[in-house]
Design a protein around this ligand. Structure first.
Ligand code: HH2
Length: 281
């Protein structure tokens, strides 16, 4: 099963070309230093800039999930993300909320979010029900452990097979709960309970995740794998991030979650022209 469109609330996103998800972090402590705190005006400015640069959707996050980050109380996360989602819901592209908490999912959908991006793969109690009751899309991501513990000592016998099996299981749970296949995105969760070797194996083997038949989202932007490979500080990882996005798309990702929208758009425009054999923008 490979749908041609992703259904996200009132929006339909084409899946015949790679999509760019621009990251809008309304956090004080995101790993890449891009967090905007609770500054709604700056979040809106960044979102509008991303739209102008070619973002296909925006991902609003109110809780850092960097290794070692502590969970944010529900009310604090709501206070961070809901005003921004409300402010962005008038844009012409879908707004996603990056949360694993059902209370935040519910409020975000009511505020106009069209995608739930869950690093926890809808494993929290009630999360499946909340998404099933709505008409939004959902990104089911793989994570071993949780952000507090995940980088302690990640272990897999076969990371690609195990991540694939996990995602297949979560698709089954989502569909049994009533979430249609056209609403589902899968994500191997780069950096979430994975060593650099695990991340590289997953990137090499991304085709087998894509072969599950759902659009795959890859989030490699500015991550520590790229710091390890290049020796660059987090603010200097744009070229490596763009390269990683391109490699992910080349291996079957249909969506990339990025901090640098314009640069990624340019790279993907070249990729499309080469891979599809024409120069359409
Ligand atoms: N990575 C991060 C957060 N959310 N969601 C998905 N689906 N896939 C990812 O790879 C992913 C994600 C971490 O990046 P960022 O939001 O930039 O940092 P922080 O969690 O520190 O705010």
């Amino acid at each position: 099963m490979s749908a041609r469109e992703l259904v996200c609330g009132q929006f339909r996103l084409p899946l015949d070309r790679p999509l760019i998800m621009g990251i809008v972090n309304v956090t004080p402590d995101s790993f890449s230093g891009d967090g905007l705190g609770r500054d709604i005006e700056r979040a809106c400015e960044q979102a509008e800039r991303f739209v102008g640069e070619g973002a296909d959707l925006l991902d609003v996050g109110g809780e850092s999930t960097r290794p070692g980050a502590m969970p944010v109380p529900v009310q604090e996360e709501l206070d961070r993300v809901i005003p921004v989602i409300e402010a962005l819901s008038g844009l012409r592209i879908p707004v996603s909320v990056d949360t694993w908490k059902p209370e935040v999912m519910e409020a975000a959908v009511a505020a106009g979010a069209s995608v739930i991006n869950d690093i926890n793969g809808l494993r929290a109690p009630r999360a499946l029900e909340v998404v099933a009751r709505s008409d939004v899309a959902v990104c089911l991501m793989h994570m071993q452990g949780n952000p507090q513990t995940m980088q302690g000592d990640p272990h897999y016998d076969d990371v690609v097979a195990e991540v694939g099996a996990f995602l297949r299981e979560r698709v089954g749970a989502a569909q049994r709960a009533g979430i249609a296949a056209e609403r589902i995105i899968l994500d191997p969760g780069f950096g979430f309970g994975k060593t650099a070797e695990h991340n590289l194996a997953l990137l090499r083997g991304l085709g087998s995740i894509a072969a599950l038949g759902y659009p795959v989202l890859a989030g490699l932007s500015r991550k520590s794998l790229l710091g390890k490979l290049t020796g660059r500080a987090v603010g200097e990882r744009m070229p490596a991030s763009v390269t990683a996005a391109l490699l992910a798309v080349e291996r079957g990702a249909r969506m990339v979650r990025v901090h640098d929208v314009g640069a990624t758009r340019d790279a993907l425009a070249v990729w499309r022209a080469v891979s599809e054999g024409h120069a359409a923008g």
